[in-house]
Design a protein around this ligand. Structure first.
Ligand code: NZQ
Ligand code: ZN
Length: 389
């Protein structure tokens, strides 16, 4: 393990089919005004909305609703949420939905008491958080982002074509998250598999970096193997609770800072995917799926040791009779087969990306330096985008 670090995570998790029962006790810790944030329609059609309202009313809460959070939540929507949180003097923000609802709730949390333009200050200029926040609690309905146990909050500005993820500190993490895998059974297949690839990508961003083989890498391999098995089972039988529960638990541990400890991380697939999202508004996990294979083929020669290990330990590739590069490439091929098998998008065209968008997407991609190709350039990103079409 490299460096000196502190591991702490303040989010209390309630997991399982009966976990919504924990909400009443959690609510006792906060004042009477609750801002209830949710998406467009899924929590109403599933009946979850009625259950939440009943629990909030029984707890004597005053409820202000902020519905209509869209996938890839926008700055305009954020302004609306801030207005509502200020008007009701929210003591707690309850986010009921997927990663977008949870991310947006965190953005409202940090922006409500911010005297400046919070988008500019916290997302564009990435200034330290220096105003009070409103506590956030989460009832998760979609597995993928890890937002239920981290400080991540991704907001999109369509006017400037920027989708920016900010990682806040522990004060912004959900105070509690309720994870009932049954709630994910109503997800459309497209969203379910996109979530699975988001999980895979989070793990790979952390695993495919650095040269030491540390404990975090061994944990990452276990998580990937569980995800591959569970995603196959869920794709074959969408009502398989066991598979959904393993996917949900893996998603949380893939991005709650644990497997990044003691090592470097990459995150370039997310940087490219987010820029694609800013241009197309495509589903997050699918943007990652469309660019991953081209990106990984591009950087493979610089991280051959780890790509070989990935092929053998995660995909069961037999290295016999192969040189390191052949083994590593066989691993990527196995990943591609799995992606096709569960129904992921493999090209940017399928997401509505047109060739004229590519230079802007490349230009809008933040270049990070934690991956195996340390000096990756905007021209190389453009090449990867072209190969992903
Ligand atoms: O709006 P509703 O009607 O609720 O429908 C949603 C939405 O259309 C639907 N859905 C959610 N739960 C459902 C359901 N439909 C039926 N049954 C259910 N149980 O699914 C659609 C997508 O939901 P969304 O919340 O957008 O998906 P996801 O959880 O993938 O979140 C994506 C957002 O999270 C950000 C992404 O960039 C994107 O903006 N990310 C956040 C991260 C973090 N906080 O750390 C990290 C990730 O890398 C990611 O960037
Ligand atoms: Zn992601």
């Amino acid at each position: 393990m490299n460096g000196t670090f502190t591991y702490s995570n303040p989010t209390r998790l309630h997991f399982g089919p009966d976990s919504l029962q924990a909400l009443s006790d959690e609510l006792k810790l906060y004042g009477p005004s609750v801002l209830l944030i949710y998406g467009r329609q899924s929590i109403k059609s599933s009946g979850l909305y009625d259950k939440i309202i009943t629990i909030l009313q029984a707890a004597g809460k005053t409820i202000t609703e902020d519905p209509g959070v869209m996938p890839n939540p926008t700055v305009e929507k954020l302004a609306e949420g801030v207005q509502r949180a200020r008007a009701c003097k929210a003591d707690l923000i309850l986010a009921v939905g997927g990663g977008s609802v949870c991310d947006y709730a965190k953005a409202v949390s940090v922006a409500t008491h911010c005297p400046d333009d919070a988008w500019e200050k916290y997302y564009v200029r990435m200034e330290p958080l220096d105003n009070p926040v409103i506590p956030v609690g989460c009832v998760l309905t979609m597995a993928g982002t890890g937002s239920e146990m981290n400080g991540g909050s991704v907001i999109t500005n369509h006017a400037t074509k920027r989708k920016i993820g900010r990682v806040f500190g522990e004060e912004v993490y959900p105070r509690f998250s309720i994870l009932n895998p049954e709630l994910t059974l109503t997800l459309p297949r497209y969203q379910m598999v996109a979530g699975c690839f988001d999980i895979m990508s989070h793990i790979l961003e952390q695993y495919l970096s650095g040269d030491d083989d540390c404990t975090s890498d061994y944990i990452a391999e276990g998580l990937m193997r569980s995800l591959i098995a569970a995603s196959r089972a869920a794709a074959n039988d969408p009502q398989n609770y066991e598979a959904r529960s393993n996917i949900m638990w893996t998603a949380t541990w893939a991005l709650n800072t644990l497997i990044a400890k003691g090592k470097s991380t990459d995150w370039m697939v997310h940087m490219i995917g987010q820029s694609v999202g800013a241009y197309t508004d495509a589903t997050h996990g699918m943007t990652l799926a469309a660019v991953s294979l081209a990106y990984y083929r591009h950087i493979l020669p610089y991280g051959l040791h780890r790509f070989k290990r990935f092929a053998i330990n995660v995909w069961g590739v037999d290295p016999g009779g192969k040189n390191d590069e052949m083994t590593a490439l066989a691993g990527l091929e196995a990943m591609k087969n799995w992606m096709q098998e569960i129904g992921l998008v493999l090209s940017l065209r399928e997401l509505g990306t047109t060739p004229d968008m590519l230079p802007g997407i490349a230009e809008g991609t933040f270049l990070l330096r934690g991956g195996y190709k340390k000096d990756l350039s905007t021209e190389e990103v453009l090449q990867i985008l072209n190969e992903s079409m």
